[in-house]
Design a protein around this ligand. Structure first.
Ligand code: ATP
Length: 366
């Protein structure tokens, strides 16, 4: 059956390599349009980011934010540049404003390794990783970012905030994700990462996790301190299913997860709220490689696949979910061949080569 539906996608390429990986992504989405069975993805490119701030004094104009808010989904490249800072000395981070203003509380960071790559861990189980980190994305230590103070050049303070409402919805999201994954033969386990042995805020966080766990008796629930998790993610990452944690811990552990996948350019993400969602690679604008054609677009492409699957689930449109899975399969097939070597893994393949390989794989992926 042919669908007659248009999804509006706000496209925010942003800064540095953001616009390079986004251009690759739009090419691939274009090639996917025949599999969408009549569904149209109407993209609208919006300007925001550090470069815009440098030129205009505004990082995310309200009109652009409003267009993004009205879209069915938001695709984001990367934002921020280390040398562009506001009057308070902090980097521009419109992507964090988006998460907070649209209440995108669940930062979904899949840690799934692709075949055919020389990965940092030698154990063969590390080449078949499939776990998901869920990072709270509206509060935690990042909630203090606008209000931190330095007192008389002697003391600096930032505040970590944990609320019951944000924690409950975060944990419910993690347990529901584990339940969906369990249906696909994964273990059905959620690990809450905290520092409850030192900070009261994390004792509170852990208590709410235990309360919510009781509502999901079919899913195993366990705890791990963040320092132990950093160790375990290097020693035995295959032993985890869904990991859920506070914003700052999630920020750090998701980069560790990207390392397990081979680099920042391999790690996709989605920031999901009740009604909005932003899909973007885990990496930043990487000014050190911008403009050289070296950026790996894989994370951006896998993020777009997550967007298609999310749209499919949310609006009950099977063609979208199917197309998202097809894109993931094509990216996987492109690497499985074994000859693709992104620059960040010590190879010679940049944005163009990887995009072409995925487009070729798409032709062979029904
Ligand atoms: P942020 O400060 O927002 O985390 P960043 O750009 O400073 O962003 P990361 O995104 O964490 O840093 O990336 C660290 C390094 O990894 C980059 O400087 C770059 O060398 C490399 N890198 C990141 N993304 C990619 C990519 N898509 N392809 C290739 N290399 C990348």
């Amino acid at each position: 059956m042919t669908n007659q539906r248009t999804f509006r996608i706000a496209v925010l390429p942003g800064d540095g390599i953001g616009s390079e990986v986004m251009a690759a992504c739009l090419r691939v989405l274009d090639a996917l349009s025949p599999s969408l069975d009549g569904i149209e993805l109407a993209t609208e490119t919006l300007k925001a980011g550090a470069e815009l701030y440098r030129r205009s004094g505004e990082a995310f104009p309200e009109a652009a934010f409003e267009r993004a808010r009205q879209a069915d989904a938001i695709l984001l490249g990367a934002m921020g540049l280390p040398d562009v800072r506001g009057p308070d000395g902090r980097e521009m981070a419109p992507q964090l404003d988006l998460r907070e203003r649209l209440q995108l509380f669940a930062g979904v960071r899949p840690i799934r390794t692709l075949p055919g790559l020389a990965l940092p861990l030698a154990d063969p189980r590390a080449s078949r990783l499939d776990l998901v980190l869920v990072r709270e994305s509206t509060e935690g230590l990042f909630a203090g970012r606008a209000g931190g103070r330095i007192e008389g050049d002697e003391t600096a303070r930032d505040t970590l905030t944990i609320t019951r409402s944000a924690s409950e919805r975060l944990f419910d999201f993690a347990f529901e994700l584990a339940r969906r994954r369990k249906a696909a033969s994964r273990p059905g386990r959620v690990t809450c990462v905290d520092k409850a042995n030192v900070l009261r805020s994390f004792g509170f966080f852990r208590g709410i996790f235990d309360e919510r766990a009781r509502l999901f008796p079919d899913i195993q629930a366990e705890h791990c301190y963040v320092d132990a998790m950093a160790l375990n993610l290097v020693r035995q990452p295959w032993s985890y299913d869904v990991i859920v944690t506070e914003n700052m811990f999630g920020d750090i552990l998701s980069d560790l997860g990207a390392g397990l996948m081979g680099g920042m350019g391999m790690a996709p993400s989605a920031d999901i709220g009740e009604s909005h969602a932003v899909f973007q690679p885990c990496h930043g604008s990487a000014p050190d490689i911008a403009g050289q054609g070296k950026a790996n677009p894989t994370a951006m492409l896998l993020s777009a696949a997550m967007m298609l699957e999310w749209l499919g689930d949310k609006h009950d449109v099977a063609a979208c979910g199917r197309t998202g899975r097809r894109l993931t399969a094509a990216v996987t097939a492109a690497f499985a061949e074994g000859s693709l070597r992104p620059f960040e893994l010590g190879g010679q393949d940049g944005t163009a080569e990887i995009t072409e390989a995925v487009l070729r794989a798409l032709e062979q992926t029904p």
